[in-house]
Design a protein around this ligand. Structure first.
Ligand code: ACO
Ligand code: ZN
Length: 400
């Protein structure tokens, strides 16, 4: 078995002692960072170690239980549609409504590496994009991000996680790039849900800088915020933030309005009140973008071409996975019933099948609950997913 101490940064981020301290995920042993709302009986495991099936993400308490599961688990790739494939990398779109238990298990897994994310009670309003790498065994899980099917706030990503054993290899940037590609296909601009974690912020800062530099070099001057937003799919506050961070934008003060960013880097509104004072609920120590950076009325964008080219050359030299945009096979999710064509008999029967499949999931789960409560006897159907509802509380929050 190969072990990986997870990323060096794990130490500084993890909470003191989450009840489940280690995950056995396939052949890897992963140290967890934070607690996740797994059922009560999982909080007292021998050596604080839990076992997760790397294919269907169901969890077990012991190696014995997991070995029984492994013998029967036939899954070798995530459920849902494969919407992207380039060489060995694939992305699957999984609907939280159609594959509820898989998505709940995924959220629980992600929560072990996420501190302060908003919790949700159900996964149905979300789509999940699972990144995998092809191996002789199957499509191995690398990471994922979730996205609201319909976001009133214009979020194009709710939650992102790369398995610690895969971090710092460019997968996060790849996933973020993909989230913006989906937005562009939808004809929208997007932004991640706030607040970002510390690692989320570092990753976005890096991605945004690269995207803005590429956009600046690919177009003629003078540049405008709107134009950069259109090219990158980033919101104007995110474009402004990135330019500001890299000292590429200079505001011109008009009339008696105040400078939109003062010397201490405290973002201010035109009323000259610090934004955090106006929106204290959005404050985050790790995420200076948790309150949108207002765009200046009058500004100038300037840059040194050589500096930008050198930055991008350094980035390109990294042996990271890159997105091949033409490999996407995807249509935006239709959320409005009115946009759907009249449902045909076939479609109706598909919908029935889907509902039946959900019922089946729930039945399997109920069987599993019985099994887990009793003893080490294997369940009747080992392929079932162990869902978080197992603690008999339908309202267990889920990080998405
Ligand atoms: N320390 C310093 N910089 C980092 C770190 C780190 N630990 N991790 C990422 N970065 C920065 C670097 O600039 C890096 O680029 P570089 O390696 O070329 O220097 C850049 O971010 C991108 O790194 P990736 O390798 O592409 O990202 P990774 O695959 O490691 O995934 C992620 C990033 C998803 C944030 C990962 O750290 C993770 O899963 N963390 C735990 C969960 C989490 O915090 N998710 C974000 C929550 S916020 C939200 O979901 C909207
Ligand atoms: Zn399995």
């Amino acid at each position: 078995m190969s072990t990986n101490p997870s990323t060096p940064q794990a130490e500084e981020h993890k909470s003191k002692s989450p009840p489940i301290r280690f995950l056995r995920f396939g052949n890897y042993e992963i140290q967890t960072w934070y607690a996740a709302p797994y059922p009560e009986e999982y909080t007292n495991l021998p050596n604080g170690r839990m076992f997760i099936c790397e294919w269907c993400l169901s969890y077990r308490k012991s190696e014995f239980q997991m070995s029984r599961h492994t013998l029967k688990c036939k899954h070798r790739y995530p459920p849902g549609d494969e919407i992207y494939r380039n060489e060995s990398v694939s992305i699957f779109e999984v609907d939280g409504r159609k594959n509820r238990i898989y998505c709940q298990n995924l959220c629980l897994l992600a929560k072990m590496f996420l501190d302060h994310k908003t919790l949700y009670y159900d996964v149905e309003p979300f789509l999940f994009y699972i990144i995998t790498e092809h191996t002789a065994n199957g499509e191995e899980f690398v990471g994922y991000f979730s996205k609201e099917k319909r976001s009133g706030m214009g979020y194009n990503l709710s939650c992102i996680m790369t398995l610690p054993i895969r971090q710092r290899k460019g997968w996060g940037m790849f996933a973020i790039d993909f989230s913006y590609l989906l937005s562009r296909k939808e004809g929208k601009i997007g932004t991640p849900e706030r607040p970002l974690s510390k690692l989320g912020f570092l990753s976005y800062k890096r991605y945004w800088t690269t995207a803005i530099y590429k956009a600046l070099l690919s177009t003629e001057q003078p540049h405008t915020l709107g134009q950069l937003s259109e090219i990158t799919g980033m919101t104007i506050p995110d474009v402004t933030f990135t330019l500001r961070q890299n000292h590429l934008i200079h505001s011109v003060i008009v009339g008696d309005e105040k400078d939109y960013v003062n010397e201490n880097n405290t973002y201010r509104t035109r009323t000259n009140k610090p934004l955090l004072e106006e929106h204290p609920e959005r404050a985050s120590n790790d995420d200076p973008t948790s309150v949108p950076v207002p765009a200046p009325n009058t500004y100038k964008i300037t840059y040194n071409k050589n500096t930008l080219e050198a930055y991008l050359a350094k980035d390109a030299a990294k042996d990271y996975v890159r997105l091949a945009q033409d490999k996407l096979r995807w249509q935006p999710f239709i959320t409005h019933q009115s946009q759907l064509p009249q449902s045909t008999t076939n479609e109706k029967s598909e919908e029935d099948k889907e509902n039946k499949s959900i019922e089946k999931d729930v039945n399997m789960l109920e069987q599993d609950q019985g099994y887990e409560k009793q003893d080490e006897k294997p369940p009747e159907n080992e392929e079932q997913n162990a869902g978080i509802i197992k603690n008999n509380n339908q309202d267990t929050p889920v990080a998405v």
